[in-house]
Design a binder for this molecule. Sequence first.
Ligand code: NAD
Length: 328
Amino acid sequence: MTTKRIAACVGGGVIGGGWIARFLLHGWDVNVFDPAADAQRKIGEVLDNARASLPELSDVGMPAEGTLTFCDTMAEAVANAEWIQESVPERLDIKHKVMADIQAACPTDAIVASSTSGFKPSELQQGSSRVQQMMVAHPFNPVYLLPLVELVPSEATDPALVEKAKQILTSVGMKPLHVRKEIDAHIADRLLEAVWREGLWLINDGIATTEEIDDAIRFGFGLRWAQMGLFETYRVAGGEAGMAHFIAQFGPCLEWPWTKLMDVPELTDELVQTIADQSDAQSGMHSIRELERIRDTNLIGIMRAQKQTNWGVGELLNDHDERLKQLG
Ligand SMILES: NC(=O)c1ccc[n+]([C@@H]2O[C@H](COP(=O)([O-])OP(=O)(O)OC[C@H]3O[C@@H](n4cnc5c(N)ncnc54)[C@H](O)[C@@H]3O)[C@@H](O)[C@H]2O)c1
């Protein structure tokens, strides 16, 4: 008989809910601590979405679901957990308090990971006497479908626990990307913020609407990014002469005024209202839950297409199927 593995999810909002689903649907028992009155309802809705979508990625069937337990206290949630995932609001004072409460009650050899989008692990570790078990595990929404997790240790994190974290994340179908040097906002959010900032400028300057910007992404380079990313795409764009030729051709543009660089548009009430109105006109006919289901169905199609070419995320899904086959 194999012992059940226990994950504790502290904070069960958009991201915590996704983590709960990711672990639960891979057979882990999951303890949840979230004091919000509507936490159970919201988590239930995320789980409905996950149950309808995650199994669609697999050709071999998923393990039996684990047991979900809502706990009244932090101590109850984390006491026997092997993996503890903190997903509370992105404020350092809240994170410090929650981390202290977690570490007062959790096993000393548990992995204590934070979903933080921006804080460095060394910032989260301030004031802790057991820094060695703390790291960042930054996922992407929806956590139950998107495999990427940026795994960011600080110099004080135990390297053996980082290796263990990689194995656990892989076993639940994820792609741990070890960020070797901690930096504000890790890797992906730095890239995303550059694109987002330019998008805000294009609206601020009356060049494009939210819908036109989204079309510029989803009918073109977004599709390329989904399977080759940035640098491999540009390698191909360089033709037979390759990467060096591509840089020779487009490198000088970097010094032309193609972007606003680090300038940030002021988020005036007027700009925020313009964006909200345009977004309502673009997508207001769908509820958020409908949009989530449309998103999930599209993601499954895009990801499954790459299973056939055993490329990128498709290779990861095929490897995961093999692992699940051996387990089951
Ligand atoms: N939303 C995203 O796309 C995204 C993506 C990756 C990472 N993150 C990160 O994940 C974390 C959570 O973000 P979110 O978008 O899920 O926020 P959210 O507001 O949806 O959820 C936060 C949850 O934490 C709960 N909470 C508040 N105080 C708590 C406490 N003391 N103990 C336990 N639970 C508590 C709240 O009730 C809420 O359910 C942040 O650090 C954020 O940067 C967010």
